[in-house]
Design a protein. Structure first.
Length: 146
């Protein structure tokens, strides 16, 4: 098996109330006196990295190219150890899977969905009870080719 780590950078967007009208990109430059927020981040990302964000949805998005050297028998999976908060995994806007409390591993066959360029999205749902130390974007997102 061959693995390709999807380390980043990941683009980030938030929705305070998880409604489309509230969804916005994080600012590239914060108001004076606030901590600098990056529009792109490298994993792992914790809730405390988002400064004053406390509840709603956080979406991490990353583009990647189709792996090269695939044979007709190759199988490609997206694999990650999801965060311990409810979330979902999507590829090119198509929902692949959801989780509630972070299973040990999420692994999804994307062989039939391969395109020259693809967009992977991980959306996590944050509540007021979510620990500031909670990891929202793990550093274990990878492609596994067998």
């Amino acid at each position: 098996m061959h693995t390709i780590a999807l380390r980043g950078p990941w683009e980030i967007s938030v929705a305070e109330n998880d409604s489309p009208s509230d969804r916005h990109e994080l600012p590239s430059m914060p108001p004076p006196g606030e901590q600098q927020l990056a529009k792109t981040l490298k994993p792992p990302v914790q809730l405390s990295d988002l400064v004053e964000f406390s509840a709603g949805s956080v979406r991490f998005t990353r583009w990647f190219n189709c792996p090269t050297g695939l044979t007709p028998n190759s199988i490609v999976h997206i694999s990650l150890h999801p965060p311990l908060v409810p979330g979902e995994l999507s590829l090119d806007g198509q929902l692949l899977t959801t989780w509630q409390e972070g299973p040990a591993q999420v692994k999804h066959d994307i062989t039939a969905r391969l395109q020259p360029r693809m967009q992977l999205s991980i959306t996590v749902n944050i509540t007021a009870e979510t620990s500031p130390a909670a990891t929202l974007l793990p550093d274990t997102v990878r492609l596994e080719i067998s």
